[in-house]
Design a protein around this ligand. Structure first.
Ligand code: B12
Ligand code: SF4
Length: 192
């Protein structure tokens, strides 16, 4: 079984892991807490995956299939043009917000924030066509864009954001969405 946790959710995740361990189910944990506190997590679950799942999850499943699950894996950082759309069809309905991700990484390295250390300083962007296609698969009308900064910091990144917004408007998605952006958003009237 795979579980995820922010640090604020780690104690609960350990309780869930313990319950499944008693049932003889091997528990694999990944996510921000497992990535930053791998040694602590290793004491509570069978296997820890650090970094991003995309490059390594297939291997984890294959190892489980062969009865050869390792104790530690590292997925590194994915190239976002290779990341397939999330399987929204597998998610339960009835939530107010759906979610989508269009970029990862941030170069700004604010002292209180883990993103540059964990997701890297390179601002990685999914192809616009992939994002628009995935938006259509989200069940909910309200959508949280989970990017740390949807517009980026450099001129070409802001241009990409505008191109994305134009493509979304053209696709007539009929969604209401919210996102996090840096304050340079206010420098550009067209962007606003
Ligand atoms: C969207 C978001 C929210 C949303 C949604 C939260 C939710 N419950 O889903 C809201 C706004 C509600 C929120 C709230 C909070 N957030 Co927040 N949030 C984020 C944000 C911007 C994106 C997370 C996300 O969905 N990413 C998209 C997915 C695809 O990425 P991912 O989760 O990292 O998963 C990848 C890998 O980690 C890995 N992986 C993850 N899980 C697993 C599991 C397995 C088995 C495997 C193999 C791999 C794996 O593979 C995935 C794909 O590559 C992150 C910043 C960030 N860049 O991570 C902060 C972040 C996670 N939030 C953070 C914090 C602190 C909080 C709050 C505690 C703030 C507060 N004080 O209230 C609350 C917690 C609320 C709660 N209990 O859920 C911190 C967590 C730091 C930490 N050490 O835990 C982050 C990292 C921001 C930061 N830089 O400080 N948050
Ligand atoms: S701009 Fe946002 S995502 Fe980037 S380092 Fe600062 S707080 Fe983190």
């Amino acid at each position: 079984m795979g579980i995820t946790a922010f640090t604020s959710q780690a104690n609960r995740a350990y309780e869930v892991a313990a319950r499944f361990r008693h049932l003889g189910v091997p528990v694999v944990m990944g996510g921000i807490h497992a990535t930053t506190c791998a040694d602590e997590v290793m004491e509570r679950v069978y296997a820890v995956v650090t970094g991003e799942a995309e490059a390594v999850w297939r291997q984890v499943l294959a190892d489980v299939g062969h009865g050869d699950l390792q104790r530690r894996y590292d997925g590194g950082r994915a190239e976002l043009n290779e990341v397939p759309p999330a399987r929204h069809d597998l998610l339960p309905t009835g939530y107010f917000f759906g979610a989508i991700q269009t970029t990862r990484g941030c170069p700004l390295s604010c002292s209180f924030c883990s993103v540059t250390a964990v997701n890297g300083p390179r601002y990685r962007q999914r192809p616009i066509a992939d994002v628009v296609r995935e938006f259509r698969l989200v069940h909910e009308r309200a959508v949280l864009v989970v990017d740390d900064n949807l517009i980026g910091t450099r001129a070409e990144q802001v241009a990409r954001a505008k191109e994305l917004f134009r493509a979304m408007a053209e696709a007539d998605l009929r969604k209401r969405w919210i996102a996090q952006v840096t304050i340079n958003f206010a420098d550009d009237e067209e962007l606003m």
